[in-house]
Design a protein around this ligand. Structure first.
Ligand code: C5P
Length: 227
């Protein structure tokens, strides 16, 4: 159901700080949060669980159409994601999970299947939508759009720190290559490629702290009457 509830979109490549900023903004405003990347990640994971190859677009789209996914918040504040009741939160956040997501995300029928599900989250008092095509396709009428970006080296370094903190063994050059490949796939796909909306405010966070970025975002939100 589409409503008049306002939407603020936050798009950009992986590792630009979208997730953190969207989370902080939704919390600050008391609005709902859509992590659209999680839907693509769960679709990839569901294919793995169901034994569906990512090279079979018809079967992958069928998985997306019937995706039994639930989101909940743990006491720690962490967002938990379940597929058919099975906790997949950790599995979908790995580098492999990201690669799988960007492969299924290039299939037009998968994007179509997930479109309505994303739009249903536009509910009062408002929605912060985090993704790649929130401002260009899913919520084209959103009154406030951001496009967060950062250099590849900065994004790779941030991701490296996150993964090390989680105890994963990672290799920085490999991580950088993965990010470049994922960017290339997201930018060059025919349907809903990663690009700033014409009316998006572009913020380069390469040399800025997350708090600096949040301050800029909040200032814009206040200017538009959202606070
Ligand atoms: O944002 P996140 O890194 O979780 O997204 C994982 C992948 O899902 C992206 O690399 C992209 O290919 C895909 N995606 C997308 N459209 C969105 C959100 C994510 O194509 N709105």
């Amino acid at each position: 159901m589409m409503t008049d509830a306002p939407v603020i979109t936050v798009d950009g490549p992986s590792g630009a700080g979208k997730g953190t900023i969207s989370h902080m903004l939704a919390e600050h405003l008391g609005w709902h949060l859509l992590d659209s990347g999680a839907l693509y990640r769960v679709t990839g994971q569901a294919c793995l669980i169901e034994g569906v190859g990512l090279g079979d677009p018809l079967a992958v789209a069928e998985i997306a159409r019937h995706l039994e996914v639930t989101f909940s918040t743990a006491e720690s504040g962490e967002i938990l994601v379940a597929y058919k009741g099975l906790d997949v939160s950790a599995a979908i956040r790995t580098e492999e999970g990201g690669r799988g997501a960007s492969k299924v995300a290039a299939i037009p029928d998968v994007r179509e299947a997930l479109l309505q599900r994303q739009r249903e989250l536009q509910r009062p008092p408002g929605l912060v939508a985090d993704g790649r095509d929130m401002g260009t396709v899913v919520f084209r009428e959103a009154p406030l759009k951001f496009f967060l970006t950062a250099s590849v080296s900065e994004r790779a370094a941030r991701r490296y720190t996150q993964l090390i903190a989680k105890g994963e063994s990672v290799n920085l050059p490999r991580l950088r290559k993965d990010i470049e490949e994922r960017d290339a796939r997201d930018i060059s796909r025919k349907i809903s490629p990663l690009a700033p909306a014409e009316d998006a405010i572009v913020i380069d966070s390469s040399a800025a702290s997350i708090l600096d970025v949040f301050e800029s975002v909040l200032r814009e939100a206040k200017n538009r009457g959202f606070s």
